[in-house]
Design a protein around this ligand. Structure first.
Ligand SMILES: [Ca+2]
Ligand SMILES: [Ca+2]
Length: 279
C-alpha cells in the first residue's frame, strides 16, 4: 500500500497506521495550508472515524503513534474533524500510552517484530516523548495599540504584533514598557487588555494561564489623544465634552479622565486643551 509515496511490505490496513500520519507530518511541514489539502483531509477523516481510531489504539504501535503526534502538534490540531480530542480524551492517545506504563515507571518492549529487539528503554523513551510533546501548544497573540512596534518582555517576549507558542496549561507572563516611541511619538502605557477585557490601569505585568488560545493587547496613549487618531486636536475636546460626568470605572471611560483624578469634568477639557497640537 502506498500513502504519500510511502511503500510498505505490510498489509494495507496495518501499514497505513504509520504511513498515513508520516505523510501528514510531511504535509504539515511543507504545505502552508495543509488542512485544506485533499491529501490531508482524506487521511484526517480516516483517523476521525471511530472504528479506525479504535483499531489504531488497540494496535498500540508507537511507530504509528509517534508520527501521528508529530502531525497533530506541527499542524496545531487539537481536535479531529469529528470533535474528538485525540490527546486528552479518555479514549485518546495519552491515556492509551499511560495504560501501558509499568510499576517501575518504564514501558514494556514493543510487540512489533521489527522493534522488539530495542527493548524497554526504546519504548519508554518513545512514550515519554509523545506524552510531553503530544499536547498541542496554545497561541498567545500579542498586539499593541494604536500602533505596532512595542518591545514586550516576559516569558512570551517579542515585538508587537506577534504570536507566541506557549505550552498548554502553562503560565505566560508579559511585561509592557511604561513608555514607547511609536512612529517618533512618545506614548504612555495605560492598561493591558486580555481577550478584550481591560486590566487594571498602569499594571504593566500580565499573568496569563494558557488554558486556551488567548489575545493580549497593550494599550498606549498619546497624552490628550482620547479618540485614538494619534493627534491632539479639537476632536479630542469634543469627545471629552460628550463624555462629561460619565463613570470612569465603566467601559473605556478612563481614557477621558486626562488628569487622572477619577472624574470626567471641565478640568480634563482644560488639560486636553493645553496639549492641543501634540502629535
Ligand atoms: Ca485625537
Ligand atoms: Ca479628570
Amino acid at each position: 500500500m502506498k500513502v504519500f509515496g510511502y511503500d510498505s511490505p505490510y498489509p494495507a490496513t496495518f501499514s497505513g497506521q504509520a504511513t498515513r500520519p508520516a505523510g501528514m507530518v510531511q504535509l504539515a511541514m511543507s504545505v502552508q495550508d495543509c488542512k485544506t489539502d485533499p491529501r490531508w483531509t482524506s487521511v484526517e477523516s480516516w483517523f476521525a472515524n471511530t472504528t479506525n481510531w479504535t483499531w489504531f489504539m488497540t494496535n498500540k504501535s508507537y511507530c504509528g503513534y509517534d508520527p501521528f503526534v508529530k502531525a497533530m502538534r506541527s499542524s496545531k490540531t487539537r481536535t479531529l474533524s469529528n470533535g474528538f480530542d485525540w490527546f486528552a480524551d479518555p479514549a485518546g492517545i495519552a491515556r492509551n500510552i499511560l495504560s501501558s506504563q509499568q510499576a517501575g515507571g518504564n514501558w514494556p518492549a514493543s510487540q512489533d517484530a521489527d522493534l522488539m529487539a530495542y527493548g524497554e528503554a526504546y519504548q519508554t523513551a518513545w512514550a515519554v516523548t509523545m506524552l510531553v510533546q503530544g499536547a498541542v501548544p496554545r497561541t498567545l497573540t500579542v498586539r499593541s495599540s494604536p500602533a505596532a512596534g512595542v518591545h514586550v518582555t516576559g516569558t512570551a517576549r517579542g515585538n508587537t504584533n506577534y504570536a507566541a507558542d506557549v505550552a498548554d496549561q502553562a503560565n505566560a507572563n508579559l511585561v509592557a514598557p511604561a513608555a514607547a516611541s511609536i512612529s517618533g511619538k512618545a506614548f504612555t502605557f495605560v492598561p493591558w487588555s486580555l481577550d478584550s477585557a481591560p486590566q487594571p490601569r498602569g499594571q504593566m505585568s500580565l499573568q496569563i494561564v494558557m488554558a486556551a488560545d488567548r489575545a493580549a493587547e497593550a494599550i498606549y496613549r498619546l497624552a490628550g489623544d482620547v479618540n485614538d487618531d494619534c493627534q491632539v486636536n479639537v476632536l479630542d475636546l469634543i469627545t471629552i465634552r460628550n463624555n462629561l460626568g460619565r463613570n470612569v470605572a465603566e467601559d473605556k471611560n478612563w481614557q477621558y479622565d486626562g488628569n487622572g483624578d477619577g472624574r470626567i469634568n471641565v478640568l480634563d477639557l482644560i488639560a486636553c486643551r493645553k496639549l492641543l497640537g501634540a502629535k
